[in-house]
Ligand binder design. Structure first.
Ligand SMILES: [Zn+2]
Length: 84
């Protein structure tokens, strides 16, 4: 969810900075800021751990997969919300 939010924010943010600065070099700091945010979101989501099997939720070996369930024990990603 967080990762998709960052990706979606990118387009209007870049468009707005192009409008304001009228140059590509002016939008570069914004681009780097967005890129740092994207890296953070990827690192954060990649290291999220499954509450049941304690493995990385989206990591299986060297693969990073964004499914709606745990790659190790098939626990649904919204299991904690559904149980409340
Ligand atoms: Zn699991």
């Amino acid at each position: 969810m967080c990762l998709w939010g960052v990706l979606i924010v990118y387009l209007p943010a870049m468009w707005a900075t192009q409008k304001i600065t009228h140059s590509f070099s002016g939008s570069m700091p914004v681009f780097f800021l967005w890129f740092a945010l994207l890296l953070w979101a990827m690192a954060y989501s990649a290291t999220a751990r499954c509450p049941r099997c304690k493995n990385y939720f989206h990591m299986h070996g060297m693969m990073l997969l964004y499914l709606r369930k745990c790659l190790h024990c098939q626990l649904p990603i919204n299991a904690d919300k559904a149980s409340r």
